[in-house]
Design a binder for this molecule. Structure first.
Ligand SMILES: CC(C)(COP(=O)(O)OP(=O)(O)OC[C@H]1O[C@@H](n2cnc3c(N)ncnc32)[C@H](O)[C@@H]1OP(=O)(O)O)[C@@H](O)C(=O)NCCC(=O)NCCS
Length: 173
């Protein structure tokens, strides 16, 4: 599905501040990630743009509106097609189909890059993310109980469950 006025492309260093700002909005919800520090260009590119990693940004006339990335889950050759996906849409642009558009794009890009399984790890409270990933064929494979302790934000100190979802490609592997 195309989205009017939105371009999807590979990020460059000049996108760093836009990516970081969107990431900070996600962290501030307390329901996006255990990470306590927004990505800067160094940590973003080390996570998503080296080796088998990949990343995309969605841009409209106002600038970067969302980012998504896939990072390998293991260095073992047998798992070379298994990656973990991340997606963050700016607060102002949420609920308008951009997350779906970008997740579709990164899933397609991951298959082009040879990934056959994408994993997503989502807090049970993150209904928007669960809904989005389910809509694109991710299935819950388990509940990881009290997996980590939040180190910051509105839920600091709380041990959090995480739902593990997977999307198995029908065309790769
Ligand atoms: C999760 C997130 C990426 C969704 O992006 P979005 O652009 O708002 O999502 P979309 O508008 O494309 O909606 C996608 C689907 O999710 C559903 N959805 C969106 N917001 C929702 C909400 N608050 N509650 C329930 N479902 C919701 C929509 O109904 C839609 O389903 P449909 O296609 O069947 O109608 C976005 O909310 C976000 O960036 N959140 C902060 C960061 C974060 O939590 N990232 C995920 C970490 S695991």
């Amino acid at each position: 599905m195309a989205l009017n006025g939105v371009t999807i492309r590979t990020p460059t260093p000049s996108d760093a501040s836009g990516i970081s700002a969107i990431d900070a909005q996600g962290l501030a919800t307390g329901h996006a990630t255990f990470r306590d520090t927004p990505y800067d260009w160094k940590s973003f590119s080390e996570s998503f743009l080296v080796g088998r990693g990949l990343a995309l940004v969605a841009e409209d006339a106002a600038g970067i509106a969302a980012w998504a990335g896939v990072s390998p889950t293991s260095a073992r050759a047998v798992y070379r097609g298994v990656g973990e996906v991340s997606i963050y849409v700016s607060t102002e642009k949420q609920g308008g189909g951009l997350g779906r558009h970008l997740l579709e794009a990164i899933v397609a890009a991951s298959e082009d890059a040879g990934y056959w399984t994408l994993v997503a790890q989502i807090f049970p409270e993150n209904e928007a993310s669960l809904s989005l990933h389910s809509a694109l064929g991710f299935e819950a494979v388990g509940l990881r109980k009290r997996l980590g302790q939040m180190g910051y934000g509105p839920f600091e100190g709380r041990w959090r469950d995480v739902i593990m979802l997977e999307r198995r490609s029908r065309s790769i592997g």
